[in-house]
Design a binder for this molecule. Structure first.
Ligand SMILES: Nc1ncnc2c1ncn2[C@@H]1O[C@H](COP(=O)(O)OP(=O)(O)OP(=O)(O)O)[C@@H](O)[C@H]1O
Ligand SMILES: [Mg+2]
Length: 239
């Protein structure tokens, strides 16, 4: 066997192993979800019982139950994000005007942004070429990026959303003036489970990248510690 075909066979074997592990992890997440829902439901009933009881020490018991509830909900949200990450496969592509999709997202996100003192500033290029988008998955990308920006500006700040195009591509920049990142951190942000936030699952950016790549696009980042961060999404244009 030549070196090349030996390497191909090895790669194929690795890919198969990877697919098997991915399927196993997805299955495991599903299997954990159902009993977890039952546990949460039982905890809710237990919480009600304790609230109604006059027994001494019920206050302490209640606090313990609440802690377990909080941890279970955290597990539940990690599982949901994980399943979302694993699920990105088939796309429902529609010819779309990126300006319209981003404007729709801003409409949806505006109240949450205002509640966190985040000002949104859109700059849309006129006559943008169209792109083929799975709009619901793309909205999820925008949400993940906007929430990250918001969390990087705990005292509030400015989030700019800017569209523009080149000969064959359509771009969207999301620019925040938040904490920014140092070189060490930015290297890791697309790794699954990398998070610097208490309670963060570290799946937001890997999911965003997976969705953009499934569209034949790219996502890149430029950042400066203490000044802010710019994410650029680049999609092939279809017109
Ligand atoms: N706009 C940003 N400014 C500064 N740091 C950021 C920004 N976006 C992402 N990061 C860093 O990248 C890490 C990974 O982001 P990612 O969205 O994947 O996970 P997360 O936000 O920690 O958790 P979650 O799964 O809830 O989104 C964050 O924890 C944060 O440290
Ligand atoms: Mg995030």
């Amino acid at each position: 066997m030549s070196d090349d075909s030996a390497r191909d066979a090895e790669r194929q074997q690795l890919l198969e192993q990877y697919a098997e592990i991915a399927a196993l992890a997805g299955g495991l997440a599903h299997e954990i979800k159902n009993p977890l829902s039952t546990i949460l439901l039982s905890l809710e009933l237990l919480e009600e019982d304790i609230r109604e009881s006059e027994a001494s020490g019920s206050h302490r018991m209640l606090r313990k139950v609440e802690t377990v509830q909080r941890e279970c909900r955290h597990l539940q949200s990690i599982l949901e994000e994980f399943l979302q990450f694993a699920r990105v496969g088939e796309l429902d592509l529609q010819e779309s005007d990126l300006n319209e999709v981003v404007a729709g997202f801003i409409e949806f996100y505006r109240a949450e942004a205002a509640g966190n003192q985040v000002e949104i500033s859109p700059h849309f290029q006129n006559d943008l070429p169209t792109v083929r988008l799975d709009r619901s998955l793309f909205r999820q990308v925008l949400m993940n990026l906007a929430l990250n920006a918001q969390q990087a500006m705990p005292e509030g700040g400015l989030l700019e959303l800017q569209t523009y195009s080149s000969e064959s591509e359509v771009m969207l920049d999301l620019i925040d003036n938040g904490t920014g990142m140092d070189a060490d951190k930015v290297e890791k942000i697309f790794q699954v489970f990398f998070s610097t936030k208490p309670g963060g699952s570290g799946l937001g950016l890997p999911t965003a990248r997976k969705i953009i790549q499934a569209h034949g696009g790219k996502i890149s980042v430029a950042t400066e510690q203490g000044r802010g961060t710019r994410f650029t999404i680049c999609l092939p244009s279809s017109s």
